[in-house]
Design a protein around this ligand. Structure first.
Ligand SMILES: NC(=O)c1ccc[n+]([C@@H]2O[C@H](COP(=O)([O-])OP(=O)(O)OC[C@H]3O[C@@H](n4cnc5c(N)ncnc54)[C@H](OP(=O)(O)O)[C@@H]3O)[C@@H](O)[C@H]2O)c1
Length: 238
């Protein structure tokens, strides 16, 4: 059982964000969230449908979500887009921009809204990826956007009060719709990193979203002891 009574989870419509929402609801927390499709879980405190690539709409959605909210125990910046596995030289600029907008800059809009609203946040976790630091062939704009997210979090650590724990966290492999593309559709011959993902699917190395969510919630107290702003891979905490 965690001590989280209130949480904001972005990307709550599927995968890890839905898993986190479900587990926190089960534990009795008030859970707020946002995504384009909306959260399928019953009992959320508030849910905003918004495209995070639209920064103005995201700022409005945040103001609506935070109406009357003075404090949050947890904010998980989870929403993310994968894009295509491709060589950098094949990556269209429009796709690279979209990945940066959704995976990195939308989180600036969200963090700014929390600061502007003077919401007292105990802990912020930005869901990053091993791809933020591995640079394996094919990760392309996804790696770029997650590396930039890690730095964004490092920079915001100077701007949130010292009482707010703030880290970027690679969650390890999680069996979500994102893995459908990586394991079934993307080109394993050109991008060998995908062979490891395919081999992991269906094993405990790639847990379902609820199991992964419980693992993240379990490590939150440890993250609170770690240097503010740093990037941590959950697999290094086990
Ligand atoms: N699965 C893995 O193995 C793995 C590994 C490392 C890191 N991650 C990270 O974990 C996070 C969750 O991914 P997942 O695996 O759970 O994938 P997922 O099932 O595809 O979920 C992605 C979530 O992000 C939301 N999202 C994407 N684009 C959005 C947009 N433009 N506006 C609003 N919401 C948007 C989606 O909501 P809508 O589509 O409804 O908008 C969805 O709720 C991501 O940050 C991902 O990079 C995953």
């Amino acid at each position: 059982m965690s001590d989280i009574q209130s949480a904001l989870i972005t990307g709550n419509s599927s995968g890890l964000g839905q898993g986190l929402t479900r587990v926190l609801l089960e534990q009795g927390a008030q859970v707020y969230g946002m995504s384009r499709r909306g959260c399928p879980e019953a009992g959320v405190a508030a849910d905003q449908r918004v495209d995070l690539a639209d920064f103005d709409a995201t700022a409005v959605a945040m103001d609506r979500l935070l109406e009357g909210v003075e404090s949050l125990d947890l904010v998980v910046l989870n929403a993310g887009l994968l894009g295509h596995m491709q060589r950098m030289q094949d990556a269209p600029m429009d796709e690279l921009r979209l990945l940066m907008d959704v995976n990195t800059f939308a989180n600036k809009v969200i963090l700014d809204a929390l600061l502007r609203g003077e919401v007292a946040v105990r802990q912020i976790v930005a869901i990053s990826s091993g791809a933020a630091v591995s640079g394996a062939a094919g990760w392309s704009g996804y790696s770029l956007s997650k590396a930039a997210l890690n730095m964004l979090i490092q920079l915001y650590a100077h701007e949130f009060p010292d009482t707010t724990a703030i880290n970027a966290l690679a969650p390890g492999l999680v069996d979500t719709p994102m893995q459908d593309y990586l394991c079934e559709e993307a080109d394993r011959e050109s991008f060998p990193v995908l062979q490891r993902l395919k081999a992991a699917r269906g094993t405990e190395t790639m847990p379902d979203p609820e199991t992964a969510a419980r693992a993240i919630i379990r490590v939150l107290p440890r993250l609170r002891e770690i240097q503010r702003g740093s990037f941590v891979d959950i697999r290094q905490l086990d």
